[in-house]
Design a protein around this ligand. Structure first.
Ligand SMILES: CC(C)(COP(=O)(O)OP(=O)(O)OC[C@H]1O[C@@H](n2cnc3c(N)ncnc32)[C@H](O)[C@@H]1OP(=O)(O)O)[C@@H](O)C(=O)NCCC(=O)NCCS
Length: 312
């Protein structure tokens, strides 16, 4: 039992903060940030704008794009690590606010920056088991809530936003989410984690080293499993955390620069929303075309990492 992508949507909050804006409040510069990370600007949600608010907008746009209503969806999975409420899930808030008239399952997954890969992994399993007809995956984050504005080594790295994808059951096994792999190593907990006072604690160089090995490892597993090489893949969309990590990992796998889709310059690291936002950006800007094959590796706090292969 297969699936196919039938719609996507995204939302970026209006407020944009550039590296130059950061240079006014921290001992940093546009040059340093661009050189070390590739980030030029990021979007921040308004103070009263929640993760669920952003998720609802992205979901609404995905439904419009797919020409469906919420009642056509029979499962909602939201990847988020920054919900304002411990309960209920963002997914049930989305279901309720879109006024679904029948009861459907809805839940969140917390896989940090690998969250959207974990959500896609769940969706693939449900389709394979023949359980659901149409599944909406949402990645939504408000990382700005966790920013320590006095810490230049983490403050500049993150952004807010939400993206959504809708997949529908199909008889083709070579469309939609084709394959997934997800991993974790909790022994690396200390490398990157949230603190009880809502800040980000990170050992940047150690996280960097782990990222440039984990993402290619997961991507290689997926390519070997599918019997393909970089030549067969149209785009690689690595988790958008740092341009140097993205390029070194993708090139190690044999991808030329023109096959690497990059949004980290505009969005910064939006964690669980990153890959979903990047897909929407690729479609909206005519880069990604229907029928193309996309390899998605990701890594994040946990550590968690994984990859998926999608034909759009
Ligand atoms: C965070 C990161 C950009 C830092 O780059 P780096 O080359 O490793 O830099 P270091 O942490 O070794 O710091 C080098 C110097 O730059 C300084 N620095 C850190 N952030 C800075 C900033 N925004 N502007 C200017 N200088 C900065 C440090 O204070 C340090 O100064 P010092 O030598 O006087 O102590 C890099 O480690 C990285 O991207 N790691 C991965 C992070 C990531 O992707 N996290 C999310 C995972 S999902």
């Amino acid at each position: 039992m297969g699936n196919r992508l039938v719609g996507y949507g995204s939302y970026l909050p209006r407020r944009v903060m550039t590296n130059h804006d950061f240079a006014k409040i921290l001992d940093t510069s546009d040059e340093w940030i661009v050189q070390r990370t590739g980030i030029r600007e990021r979007h921040y949600a308004a103070d009263n704008e929640t993760v669920a608010d952003m998720a609802v907008i992205a979901a609404t746009r995905a439904l419009e794009n797919a020409k469906l209503t919420i009642d056509d969806i029979d499962l909602i999975i939201v990847a988020t690590t920054t919900p304002e409420l411990d309960f209920p899930s963002v997914a049930v808030q989305v279901m309720g606010r879109l006024n679904a008239t029948h009861d459907i399952p809805a839940f969140d997954v917390r896989g940090a920056c690998t969250g959207y890969i974990y959500a896609l992994h769940c969706a693939r399993a449900f389709f394979t088991a023949g359980i659901h007809e149409r599944i909406m995956i949402i990645g939504a984050e408000k990382l700005s809530r966790f920013i320590d504005w006095s810490d230049r080594s983490t403050a500049v790295l993150f952004g807010d936003g939400a993206g959504a994808m809708i997949f529908q059951r199909s008889t083709s096994s070579y469309s939609g989410i084709i394959d997934t792999v997800v991993m974790s190593d909790g022994k690396c907990f200390g490398m990157l984690h949230g603190t009880p006072d809502h800040h980000i604690a990170m050992n940047g160089p150690e996280t960097y080293k782990k990222a440039v090995t984990c993402m290619p490892e997961a991507a290689r597993y997926i390519m070997e499993h599918a019997g393909i090489t970089a030549d067969n893949v149209d785009w690689i969309i690595p988790h958008q955390a740092n341009l140097r990590i993205i390029q070194s990992g993708a090139q190690r796998l044999g991808f030329p620069l023109e096959k690497i889709l990059v949004t980290v310059d505009k969005h910064a690291n939006t964690s669980g929303a990153s890959g979903v936002l990047a897909l929407a950006y690729g479609f909206d800007n005519g880069l990604i075309k229907p029928g193309q094959l996309i390899l998605y590796p990701a890594f994040g706090s946990g550590l968690t990492w994984g990859a998926t292969l999608i034909r759009v």
